[in-house]
Every structure is written in structure tokens, then in C-alpha cells.
Ligand binder design. Structure first.
Ligand SMILES: Cc1ccc([C@@H]2N[C@@H](C)[C@@H](O)[C@H]2O)cc1
Length: 445
């Protein structure tokens, strides 16, 4: 352990109510919306390779031509209440919106730049409308904020000269003012999702990220912030030089899931296409189905993690058809099976090949989210010795009780129900272990 001044400011999982709520939410939505949404991954009528929200660099667009997009920012179809209604229908409990992506354009009328909605024909405080609409639907709001800012004259990706450092520290002052502005104008915000902390300038001056963390906690002690913000004074990111997680959860799971449950709280953010966050009119490659998304959500829950699905609204402010379809299908599944996700954690049972176990924090049930139907038609369940399956039903088909058969001293097989709708199904187990029924706490396996 080497002494650090700007390493992890806290150790171990947070136990306060705000963080507990973040955990119980489990399922979230990401919204990537900005000037890049107007381009839709195309420039001069041509498809542009790469992530659509990076089109400025990918298509080598000049500052002047890119800035002209502000004049097209009209959003005739924008209705935050429609976005919120669809998020509610999908069953998300929180939503993260790009208040400012790397392009530097702000979705709120900032006092510290005019590169924001107030300079567009749309002209309204989009962020306020989003916060109000989602809060109305009971969905917690979180703000994505990019440290990288391609528009701001003082942003530096590296600091090599005195002039660079003067500019960079002016930029840090600008950032602190914007973060303060976001937390005071929109006090409903539950947390921040920082991005763009990999450049040499931030890695060299890790203390600026410590300062941001301190600033946020002074303004709202319950604020939640992932590990991607943080760099310690030795340049270590996410985990400080002593290997301690910085921030409240592991924020490194971008378009990927861990193989096994991390020790810390963690969150995966996922795109529907292979790698498009901002609106790309022409999705190419594999487009994930609702079934695949549900599998990932169940996998994340089974490993004590959160899962956030990205939407990239169109340049007119509407949501694309594929995303509305996704919301409908996933939402229908969540209506029936959400009790296996919301408020659930890893079940301390031996993982099986048919899918994922989850355990509800309070109701004592164990859930089997069956994603991979066995050809044998038999679902294997291994329980701690002496356990008894007292009740075993399929969610949505509670009347149809399944009959587990004991196959060895602590192994059961459950005849798999015939389910042909192309979605995972959930079996709810009520386990009796020795003398405690219901709030079953399996011993460590
Ligand atoms: C290499 C890389 C840089 C930035 C990103 C940003 N993080 C995601 C959450 C999106 O905002 C993407 O633009 C992704 C990959």
C-alpha cells in the first residue's frame, strides 16, 4: 500500500439508501442525443464508418461545418413525455442522458457557454423537460458528462507547455462550474456518468477528478458516481494504485459483461447494434434481439450488476422504430418477470447451463431465468444438502406447478415447461432449508 492523496476516497460498498436504490433499480436506459443525432452517421449523403456520435472526427468535419448543425437543431418531433412513457413501458427504473458528449454541445442553457440549446431554433431547456418527464414517470435521472470537449478552446487532450496548462486549468474551472450548474438547476439528478477521462491531460492531473468528486459530494452527499471519472495522482484509472475501486461502482463494463460476479457494485452499458450510441440511420452488423437483451439483463442481475440499454433518438427528436419495438418486447417480459430482476441479487447456488439464478433480497424466493432450453428437457438444480424445494412455478403460469425430481442427495431435476414464445421464462423456487421456510439463505456453495 503506497500513500495516496487522490486515490479511493472511500472503501467497500456504500450502504446508504441512495446507493441501495441504485442497486434495486437494476435496469436502466442510456440516451445519447446531441448535434451528432442530426447527422445520423451520414455526411454529404454518405454512410460514415465508426460510432455515429464520433462523426465529427470520423468524417473529418470542420468546426465551422459541424457548428452549423446548431441551426438544424429544431426537433419538431421531440416530446420528453413520449421518451419517458416508452422508458416506463420498457421497465427501466433509471435513465442516463448525455448532457454534453465529447462534441461539447450542451442539452441545457448553460451560463458558461453558448454552445447549447439556447443557440438553436429549438431553444428550449431540453434537459429540464427530460428531467421533469422521467421524474413524473418515477424513473430516476442520471447525467452523462464528457470531460473531453472538442468545442471548448481551453480543452487539451495533452498538457505539454505552460500555455497548455493555463488553458487546461481554465477548462477545469469551466467544468466545475458546469457540474455545479447541473446539480443546482436539476437537483433531482441522482448521479453522474462521466466519460472521456483517458486523455493524457486528465491522466497527468488526476487530482482534477478528485476535486470533481469532492465538489459533487459537497453539493449532494448521496450523489452516485462510477469509477470512470477517477484517476489518482499516479495516473491509475478506475482502481487506484493500491487496487482500490475509486467511485461507487465499476463503470468499465461498456458493451461487455463480466464472466463472473465482480466483488464491487458494477454496471454494464449496452448498445442494440454492435457499436452505435448516437443515432445512426443505417444500423449494420448484428442487431441484438429483445431476447438477447433480456438474457444480458438476467446475467447482470445474477452477478449483482446493473444493466443499461442505450437508445439514440433521431435528429427530429423522435425515437426510432427498432427502439420502440425493443421497449415493447422487453417491457412485456418485465411485466411478467420483473420480480426476478428488480431488487434481486446473486443467488449463492452453483451456476447451471440453462441460464441464470437470481435471488430476491426480501421475499426469499430463488428465480431460475431459463435462457438455454436443454434438449434433455430436464433443468438441473444443485442445492445445499438438506434443502427441499417446497414450491416451483413458472411466472405467468402460476397454476402450472412443476414437479422437481430428486436425482442425487442434493441434486434435483425439474421437467422443463414447454415454452415456445422465443423468450426466456422464469421458474420461481420456494426453498425449505432445515427449519427456515421462505426467507431462504443458502449457505455459501
Ligand atoms: C473508445 C471509446 C471512446 C468513447 C466511447 C464513448 N463511451 C460510450 C458510453 C459512448 O458515449 C461512446 O461515444 C466509446 C469508446
Amino acid at each position: 500500500q503506497i500513500p495516496l492523496k487522490y486515490g479511493a476516497s472511500r472503501e467497500g460498498k456504500r450502504t446508504d439508501a441512495a446507493m441501495q436504490r441504485w442497486r434495486e433499480n437494476r435496469f436502466g436506459q442510456f440516451i445519447h442525443f446531441g448535434l451528432y443525432s442530426l447527422a445520423g452517421g451520414h455526411w454529404n449523403g454518405k454512410y460514415v464508418e465508426g460510432a455515429a456520435e464520433w462523426i465529427k472526427g470520423n468524417a473529418r468535419i470542420s468546426d465551422e461545418d459541424y457548428e452549423a448543425l446548431t441551426r438544424q437543431f429544431v426537433l419538431p418531433e421531440f416530446d420528453a413525455r413520449e421518451w419517458a412513457r416508452i422508458a416506463k413501458e420498457m421497465g427501466v427504473k433509471y435513465s442516463v442522458i448525455t448532457t454534453k458528449h465529447h462534441e461539447g454541445f450542451c442539452l441545457w442553457p448553460s451560463e458558461y457557454t453558448d454552445y447549447d440549446v439556447s443557440r438553436t431554433p429549438f431553444g428550449r431547456d431540453l434537459l429540464k423537460e427530460y428531467v421533469d418527464a422521467y421524474t413524473q414517470e418515477g424513473i430516476d435521472v442520471y447525467f452523462y458528462y464528457s470531460i473531453i470537449d472538442w468545442n471548448h478552446p481551453d480543452w487539451r487532450s495533452r498538457v505539454e507547455t505552460v500555455e497548455d496548462s493555463l488553458a487546461f486549468f481554465r477548462y477545469c474551472d469551466f467544468m466545475n462550474k458546469q457540474i455545479t450548474e447541473l446539480m443546482t438547476r436539476y437537483p433531482e439528478v441522482k448521479g453522474f456518468w462521466f466519460d472521456g477521462t483517458w486523455d493524457k491531460s486528465v491522466v497527468k492531473f488526476g487530482k482534477i477528478t478528485w476535486d470533481i468528486e469532492q465538489l459533487m459530494h459537497r453539493l449532494n452527499p448521496g450523489i452516485i458516481c462510477g469509477s470512470r471519472l477517477r484517476v489518482d495522482e499516479k495516473g491509475a484509472r478506475h482502481f487506484d494504485t493500491n487496487g482500490k475501486l475509486m467511485g461507487d461502482y465499476e463503470q468499465g463494463w461498456e458493451r461487455s459483461l463480466p464472466e463472473k460476479a465482480p466483488q464491487n457494485d458494477w454496471e454494464c452499458v449496452m448498445t442494440i447494434p454492435e457499436n452505435q450510441w448516437g443515432y445512426q440511420a443505417d444500423w449494420r452488423g448484428h442487431i441484438k434481439s429483445a431476447t438477447e437483451i433480456i438474457e444480458m439483463l438476467a446475467a447482470a442481475t445474477s452477478m449483482n450488476g446493473n444493466f443499461v440499454l442505450n437508445f439514440g433518438p433521431k435528429g427530429d427528436g423522435s425515437l426510432r422504430e427498432e427502439e420502440k419495438q425493443m421497449a415493447r418486447k422487453v417491457g412485456k417480459w418485465m411485466q411478467l418477470n420483473g420480480e426476478a430482476i428488480y431488487g434481486c441479487v446473486q443467488a449463492p447456488l452453483k451456476p447451471q447451463k440453462w441460464g441464470y439464478y437470481t435471488r430476491h433480497r426480501d421475499n426469499g424466493f430463488v428465480y431460475m431465468v431459463v435462457c438455454y432450453q436443454p434438449v434433455s428437457g430436464m433443468l438441473k438444480v444443485v442445492l445445499p444438502t438438506g434443502s427441499v424445494i417446497e414450491n416451483c412455478v413458472v411466472l405467468g403460469k402460476e397454476g402450472m406447478e412443476l414437479k422437481p425430481e430428486k436425482s442425487t442427495k442434493n441434486e434435483f431435476v425439474i421437467p422443463a415447461p414447454e415454452v415456445k414464445d422465443g423468450f426466456p421464462y422464469v421458474i420461481r423456487l420456494k426453498l425449505k432449508e432445515g427449519d427456515s421456510v421462505g426467507n431462504y439463505v443458502a449457505p455459501k456453495v
